[in-house]
Design a protein around this ligand. Structure first.
Ligand code: UD1
Ligand code: MG
Length: 455
């Protein structure tokens, strides 16, 4: 490709009214990150020389999400042409090629944009290259009006189109590659005398043609051009991205027993020979090493799981959990901000929070780390090879030494030395025959009271 520079203007000032949300539309997440972040990640592949995002007022969250890229605020929402104009100062002195993309078209690929730039940079060097597509229902999309030479003569908005123009199936996706040395002078001549009373970016095509400049169409596929305007469309985008992520996971050497029920995050890292059971959900920040098995119905977020570990079924690993090599985390176990070191076992009905479980330790069923007193979180340290009996409460801050054994049902609020036995349950009392005597006495009392009521 030539040495011409690439600039990108992302339009994201739209209110997203149809989302019916307090969140700006482009901040709605897909696979665990805002849709604008998906788009920016794809755009980064083009290594643009300049990139500016046009946002609306009070969109601080969008500004933060797109950092370190520049943002400009379009104060009034007077149309796509007006929105691009808002980026004029930010693009000052830039005369390379400018791509205009929409923030709510998150799946647009760098490959498609590169194809557009290639057309823009080849004879006859069109002033504007428009990404066209053929939706099943052209509906409200702008129609691409082709010239006799196969070039693009104009874009007509659906509301302004004649019946004949309405019948055109080739539509404007909204994505354009424009000669940056002409963009703003063309936009200066765009008026708002149309059905919506807006300044249409699309009008620059007819203006360029009037100047005798060629314009061209590049066609793209539907899936990457899906625009997200409603929750239903958000769900469609999520499905497309999930399918891509599942394919990537399986191509990378992971088995997904029921791919359709596994939800991955944009950054989920799976090693080789990982097996993921049905209905497993990954939040952001999960790294799974080789030969790990995650059984059905687990939820993981912000965790690392080392080689050969076994997790689930029905486990919840929360942020800050680090599961060591060959460790076992079983059913109805929750781990938060804790390391479970190599070979340790936490197999049943347990909460481990703000803790270290030493290598090869065995945590009995129903063990709870009492990490929170209503004000502060405290740490529990369980030594290497320690054995915690079932139904133990470890009242943090507390330390159980290496090789120590805690008797079942204990409440441990004091440190336990290495290799000691600690148990806090009351002594076992026994009264022979007491239960039988009790039942006989109570039964007799009941008979006596019902007889006295009848008489
Ligand atoms: C636009 C195109 C239409 C195309 C369609 C594809 C124009 C005039 N029409 O129509 O040909 O088929 O997209 O989806 O361009 N925006 C701003 N500020 C504004 C107006 C819009 O930032 O003042 C942003 C929106 O946030 C959105 C994008 O520009 O990301 C498109 O705006 P929208 O109003 O949806 O344009 P359409 O009417 O759909
Ligand atoms: Mg739209």
């Amino acid at each position: 490709m030539s040495q011409r520079k690439t600039g990108i203007i992302v339009l994201a000032a739209g209110l997203g009214t149809r989302m019916k949300s307090a969140l700006p539309k482009v901040m709605h997440p897909i696979a665990g990150r805002p849709m604008i972040a998906h788009l920016l990640a794809n755009l980064a592949e083009l290594a643009p020389d300049r990139l500016v995002v046009v946002i609306g007022e009070e969109m601080d969250s969008v500004q933060r999400a797109v950092t370190p890229h520049a943002t400009v605020v379009q104060k009034e929402r007077l149309g796509t042409g007006h929105a691009v104009m808002a980026a004029r100062d930010a693009m000052a002195g830039f005369d390379g090629d400018v791509l205009v993309v929409y923030g709510d078209t998150p799946l647009l690929s760098a490959a498609t944009l590169a194809r557009m730039l290639e057309v823009r940079r080849s004879a006859p060097f069109p002033a504007v290259v428009v990404l066209g597509f053929r939706p099943d229902d052209p509906g409200a999309y702008g129609r691409l009006i082709e010239g006799d030479d196969g070039g693009l003569d104009a874009i007509v908005e659906a509301k302004d189109a004649t019946t004949e123009q309405q019948a055109v199936g080739l539509c404007n996706s909204g994505v354009m590659a424009i000669d940056g040395s002409r963009l703003f002078s063309l936009l200066d001549r765009v008026g708002n005398d149309n059905a919506k009373g807006e300044y249409y970016l699309t009008d620059i095509v007819a203006l360029a043609r009037a100047d005798g400049l060629p314009c061209r169409i590049v066609e793209g596929g539907d899936a990457e051009l899906i625009g997200v305007n409603s929750r239903a469309e958000l769900a469609v985008a999520e499905r497309i991205v999930q399918e891509q992520l599942r394919d990537r996971a399986m191509t990378g050497g992971a088995t997904l027993i029921d791919p359709a029920s596994v939800f991955l995050c944009h950054d989920t890292q799976l090693g080789r020979d990982v097996v993921i059971g049905p209905s497993v959900v990954f939040g952001p920040g999960v790294t799974i090493a080789d030969r790990v098995e995650i059984r059905a119905f687990c939820h993981l977020e912000g965790v690392s799981v080392a080689t050969g570990a076994l997790v689930g079924p029905f486990a919840r690993l929360r942020p800050g959990a680090a599961i060591g090599e060959g460790a076992h985390i079983g059913n109805f176990v929750e781990i938060k901000n804790a390391s479970v070191e190599n070979g340790a076992k936490v197999n049943h009905l347990t909460y481990i929070g703000d803790a270290r479980v030493g290598a090869w330790a065995n945590i009995g069923a129903g063990t709870i780390t009492c990490n929170y007193d209503g004000y502060f979180k405290s740490h529990t340290d369980i030594g290497v090879g320690a054995f915690i009996g079932s139904n133990t409460s470890l009242v943090a801050p507390v330390k159980v030494g290496d090789g120590a054994i805690i008797g079942a049902g204990s409440v441990v609020a004091r440190d336990v030395p290495d290799n000691a036995l600690a148990l806090t349950r009351g002594p076992h009392a026994e009264k022979n025959g007491w239960a039988r005597d009790f039942r006989e006495r109570r039964a007799a009392e009941k008979t006596a009271s019902s007889t006295s009521r009848k008489s």
